[in-house]
Design a protein around this ligand. Structure first.
Ligand code: PRP
Length: 184
């Protein structure tokens, strides 16, 4: 058995068009300011690379990484920062960039962590939003696309660290029966 890329969910032109729209909206909102763009590793790196190059306002970039711990396939909600940002956050206009928001637990923890360092402002931009799977109340400020359930890969999103390089987003049917959990 092999993994099957069942169908294309988002084509490269659909992705680039929406990224351009998001970058235009963000550039308008931050006109005259410099953004500190913080990508959440690893999934966000492809989206972030396209997004920052489409901005018309200056930005500095940094990365943060978080892991969730719990029994079985469902997260317990215990989120730990495994790689912190390296630039100071205090007084900065921070924009956190994610590939996907699912339960919302990762971003809630990252937001709380960064807010405690007194940024001037803090917002979240996500490429995908699985709103129906929230376990906590969390709304992103900029959302590329919303989706329901399903396992997707490509454009930074992985399955077992594979498929991040794909330029489109695909619905994946994993070969392994134990791999039926959702992204996130
Ligand atoms: C994914 C995604 C978010 C998080 C969202 O990361 O990139 O960071 O899960 O899930 P949540 O809303 O339920 O907390 P993942 O842990 O798969 O790591 P990766 O980005 O390195 O693939």
């Amino acid at each position: 058995m092999v993994d099957v890329l069942k169908k294309v969910f988002l084509t490269p032109p659909e992705i680039s068009g929406r990224v351009r729209e998001m970058a235009d909206e963000i550039s308008r909102d931050y006109a005259g300011r410099e953004i500190l763009v913080i990508g959440v590793l690893k999934g966000a790196f492809v989206f972030m690379a396209d997004l920052i190059r489409a901005l018309s306002v200056p930005c500095r970039t940094d990365f943060i990484r978080a892991a969730s711990y719990g029994a079985g396939t469902e997260s317990s909600g215990a989120i730990v920062i495994t790689k912190d940002v390296e630039l100071p956050v205090e007084g900065r206009d921070v924009l956190i960039v994610e590939d996907i928001v699912d339960s919302g637990l990762t971003l809630l923890h990252i937001m709380d962590t960064l807010k405690s360092r007194n940024p001037r402002s803090i917002k979240v931009c996500t490429f995908l939003d699985k709103r129906k799977r929230r376990k906590v109340h969390f709304e992103a400020d900029y959302v590329g696309f919303t989706m329901d359930d399903g396992f997707i890969v490509g454009y930074g999103l992985d399955f077992n660290e594979q498929y991040r390089f794909l330029p489109a987003v695909y619905v994946l049917e994993p070969a392994s029966a134990c791999a039926q959990e959702e992204n996130g």
